[in-house]
Ligand binder design. Sequence first.
Ligand code: ZN
Ligand code: ZN
Length: 129
Amino acid sequence: MQERQTKQKQIIYEALRTLNHPTATEVYGYVHDAYPTVSRATVFRVLGGFAGSGRALELRSAGSEVRYDYNVEPHCHGRCTVCGRLSDVEVEGLPKNGVKATACDGFEVQSYALEFFGVCMNCKDGANA
Ligand SMILES: [Zn+2]
Ligand SMILES: [Zn+2]
């Protein structure tokens, strides 16, 4: 049983690396094609576990599904305004040590995330076709 769980985790982690910032549903679809025995509940649980243990980032944004990222280094994302996909973006001019935020209303700042908006390659291609 333990061995099977480890295997399932490996498969799900591989899917996470292969797919670009997938939602749990996308990971499930990918995994399920190759391994029909892996349940949807397992995929959701394992992804949540990765996020909890710091193996993956859980990317939340208001109004859209949670996406997962195996790259846990601090980096910025661009969100496609057409399909909602996330891509990594390189940003020049950001201070290496982060920016200083001053708390207001007793809010304690723990981290920050920057999101850029645009149109992904797929959607751009589709528009030109
Ligand atoms: Zn798109
Ligand atoms: Zn990313």
